[in-house]
Design a protein around this ligand. Structure first.
Ligand code: MG
Length: 300
């Protein structure tokens, strides 16, 4: 049995081999976040969010620096054309790397007022970008450039990069952070990590029904402990893989905790990838880790 695994339910063994082991691919970041996989060059791009850099790893090139400074870039994703889209905590914006390598601000305001500091994002199959907007880039000196909060709350937004339309889809969370769609995009999972710096605050993942590009009132899917569900992903079977303080925790779509992949540093975010799509890349502490799975993600 792998020392990386804690098994609470044998269904875990269908998606994680008992002999799989966690590999450290890279270290040296101040605080690793936001991994995204690119099959074109078999690479993982991730943010050294507190080190204000964007990093890249591939099996052939090892580690390189893509952006320095990165304006405190945090969550990363790829759009339908394979471009890197990201949350800029420093610019308080959603940004995109164009084909010529230039970075473009796609949106930084709602109703004429600056966003707080976008933290994490997903791209839906229709090309719209759904992102969370907690104030960490304003309140935490190592995550942005400070400034005044102009929005009345911390919302989750739906943004259409083709039309520029933006509107909130969740307004009742304290510190929305990670988010991911279910495989058929009928559900959106969103984490609230308020307990990070608000004693007694939520540290849970909520699930919302997606109806006509809006969300119906959500419910708590799972309370995550120890620590926070900063970022998470959903595999092709609908299982939720979430970061926490001691591990990556794996839940079925009905909220049953199947087990844990123990990680020696505090995990922040994760993504599926690899040539067959069955690798899990985990950002944690100063490092980037990988683990082989018997499942794969929805988006490739
Ligand atoms: Mg986050």
């Amino acid at each position: 049995m792998s020392e990386s695994l804690q098994i609470y339910d044998d269904r875990l063994l269908a998606i994680v081999s008992p002999n799989t082991s966690l590999q450290k691919l890279a270290n040296g970041a101040v605080h690793s976040e936001g991994p995204v996989y690119f099959h074109e060059d078999d690479s993982v791009v991730w943010s050294d969010a507190h080190g204000n850099r964007l990093l890249r790893w591939s099996p052939t090139d090892n580690v390189s620096v893509l952006r320095d400074p990165s304006d405190y870039q945090n969550g990363n994703y790829r759009d339908l054309e394979g471009r890197l889209v990201a949350c800029s905590s420093g610019l308080r914006a959603i940004i995109r790397r164009e084909q010529d390598g230039e970075w473009k601000v796609l949106v930084d305001r709602y109703q004429g007022k600056r966003l707080n500091s976008p933290n994490d994002l997903v791209v839906k199959s229709d090309g719209t970008i759904w992102f969370t907007d907690p104030p960490y880039g304003i309140t935490e000196p190592n995550q942005g450039y400070g400034g005044e909060q102009e929005q009345p709350g911390s919302y989750v937004y739906r943004f259409d990069p083709l039309t520029g339309e933006i509107y909130p889809v969740v307004t009742d969370m304290v510190r929305p952070n990670g988010l991911a769609f279910s495989p058929d995009e009928s559900l959106l999972y969103v984490s609230d990590t308020a307990a990070f710096n608000i004693p007694g605050g939520p540290h849970d993942i909520r699930v919302y029904e997606v109806v006509d590009d809006h969300l119906k009132k959500g419910r708590v899917f799972a309370v995550i402990e120890p620590g926070q569900p900063d970022g998470f992903r959903v595999d092709k079977y609908g299982n939720v893989f979430t970061s926490s303080e001691d591990s990556v925790q794996i839940y079925t779509s009905d909220g049953t905790l199947l087990g844990k992949i123990l990680v020696p540093e505090i995990s922040t975010n994760l993504t599926f990838g690899g040539k067959k799509g069955d690798s899990l890349f985990i950002t944690a502490g100063h490092s980037l880790y990988a683990l082989d799975l018997n499942t794969s993600g929805v988006q490739q």
